[in-house]
Every structure is written in C-alpha cells, then in structure tokens.
Design a protein around this ligand. Structure first.
Ligand code: ATP
Ligand code: ZN
Length: 286
C-alpha cells in the first residue's frame, strides 16, 4: 500500500476555511463533503482528517495523524510532545486578560488574589506564575466573556481578534499574554518516507506563502531615470528592463514585498515612474 502522510485539520471553525484553502493552493485536491471524517487526496500522497481543534495536538503526539494545522494557543495549552514545522500566517489572534471596563487598572499586581475565568488555564497559570501573581483560575469551556457580568470571575483570559466581543460585553483588554497564529505541527518521530512527503508539502506551502507576501510590479520609466529606479526596486535578483516602442523609455519588471509596497510605490512615482501596474503572484519558487 502506498504511504500517505496524514494531516489533521479543524473540521469546522475559524481555521477550517484557511486550512482547506492552503491545501488547495498547494495543488492538493480531495473531496471534503459535509460530515466527512477523512478524505484521501487524489493527486498527492495525503490523507486529511477533520477534527475538533482541541484534539489535534494529542492525535499528532500519538501519531494517529502525522501532522496537523492548529492554533498556537491550543498547542501551548495542550502542551503535547509535537514539533512546530511552520508558522502559517493565518488564524491570527491574541490571548489576553480583560476586566470590566469601568474598573481601574494599574498593573498585573492588581490581580493578586482575584478570580479568573478562562479556557486556557495552563497558559494563564504559567503567565501568572512567571509574574509572581497568585490568583484563582476557574476553567470554563465557552462564553468566557460573560463570566465577570454574572459574578463568576473578576477577570477573564480569552482570545481576542478585533476586540468587538470584549466591547459588547463591557470589558477592556489589559494585558496580552500571547500572540497566536495557525501552526503546522508534526509528530516527533515520523518515518523517512513520510518526512519526504512532508518536505514536498513544505516546499509548496513556502511557495504559496512567499507569493502572498510579494507582488509583481511593472512600470514605465524614462531611460535617464533607470538607474535611480533600479536602486529603489530590490527584485529577486535584479529588475528586468525591456525597451519600449517609444524611444528613450523602458519597461521595468520586479518583485516587491507587501510590507514595503506603498513606500516603494511612492518613491518610484517621485522618481519618474509611470503606468505602474501591480499584479498578484500565484506561486513563487525561490
Ligand atoms: P472546535 O469546535 O474545533 O473545538 P473552537 O470553537 O474551539 O472549535 P474556533 O473558535 O473555531 O475554535 O477557533 C479556532 C482557532 O482559531 C482558535 O484556537 C485560534 O487559534 C483561532 N482564532 C483566530 N481568531 C480568533 C478569535 N477572534 N477568537 C477565537 N479564536 C480565534
Ligand atoms: Zn476547540
């Protein structure tokens, strides 16, 4: 029987869509019909398990799945023996402490002897211990944000992304404990054969992720400005320069990183670039 790498992803929740999308962008096709527990890819030696995110670290530790996609918050909370292979750049959120918004707050010391409600008792306990605060931790599995309102706790420790849930529940964020994103984790001892499948998958994931962080840029420039413009554009090696039909002008092509993008565009414009086109890159092999 052909060896397949087994990957666990969240069945339904905040990470599901992005996890499926990532596999799709890696060119891996499978049938993920509703209520399916697993699926075999048609064109890559991969078997996909659809699970609750909380169970993924355990399954990966046990080798039921070889790898998994799960939030760093869950990985740290479950504290299982797994390896982090890659950070995936989606599912970004923070694990924060919040208190009723009318309450005054000075420092972590204010929490001495107080009661916390959280679904992340391990991470919170660790954080409080490191900061030498002793407080009571009440573990609850959902709707943590209502705990202060019903008198269950003085503060909460919960996941936040925009902060709107906190706001609608009359809470304010006081401390960020962890900045989390989705991770690709793996079993600590996968076979050589599976490792080589994983390497192929990682190669594709990296190509997809670099493409997302970069844009392809085309512009026209007068020849006497080419030198300055090439200095502004880093490019993968160096920019491509092609002569235009109009005499004295050239077309310049290059790749620009997303986070430097606007700064570079402005410099290009002030240095005489015209007709700037920016195109998304689908895959990028470095
Ligand atoms: P499951 O049914 O699989 O147990 P869940 O309800 O525990 O799902 P989700 O709410 O779907 O989990 O969140 C999954 C992960 O998405 C979180 O563990 C976290 O890593 C990430 N995430 C990103 N933004 C947020 C957010 N605003 N709130 C909660 N989780 C977020
Ligand atoms: Zn969960």
């Amino acid at each position: 029987m052909k060896t397949r790498l087994k990957i666990a992803i969240q069945k339904s929740g905040r990470l599901s869509e992005s996890s499926l999308k990532l596999l799709k962008e890696c060119g891996i096709e499978f049938d993920n019909g509703l209520n399916k527990l697993k699926a075999e890819a048609f064109n890559f030696p991969l078997e996909v398990f659809f699970l609750r995110d909380d169970d993924i670290p355990q399954y990966v530790e046990d080798g039921v799945a070889d790898i998994g996609i799960v939030g760093e918050n869950v990985v740290l909370e479950k504290n299982k023996k797994t390896k982090t292979v890659n950070r995936l750049g989606f599912g970004k959120c923070r694990l924060s402490i919040a208190i009723p918004k009318e309450q005054k707050y000075n420092s972590l010391k204010d929490f001495e002897g107080k009661r916390f409600a959280t679904s992340y008792p391990t991470i919170l306990a660790d954080y409080l211990l490191k900061n030498k605060i002793s407080a009571e931790i009440q573990e609850i599995s959902g709707s943590v944000e209502i705990a202060p309102g019903i008198g269950l706790a003085d503060a909460i420790c919960d996941l936040v992304s925009s902060g709107s849930t906190l706001f609608t529940n009359g809470l304010k964020e006081t401390d960020v404990i962890l900045r989390s994103e989705a991770l690709l984790i793996s079993n600590n001892s996968i076979t050589k054969e599976k490792q080589s499948i994983l390497n192929k998958l990682l190669f594709r994931i990296n190509a997809v992720r670099s493409a997302k962080n970069n844009k392809y840029i085309l512009l026209n420039a007068p020849n006497n400005k080419l030198e300055t413009i090439c200095k502004i554009l880093p490019g993968m090696k160096s920019p491509t320069i092609l002569p235009l039909a109009e005499k004295g002008w050239s077309s310049v092509h290059s790749v620009v990183e997303e986070d430097q993008f606007w700064e570079i565009i402005e410099k290009l414009k002030t240095n005489g670039a015209q007709g700037i086109l920016v195109v998304p890159i689908e895959k990028m092999i470095l």
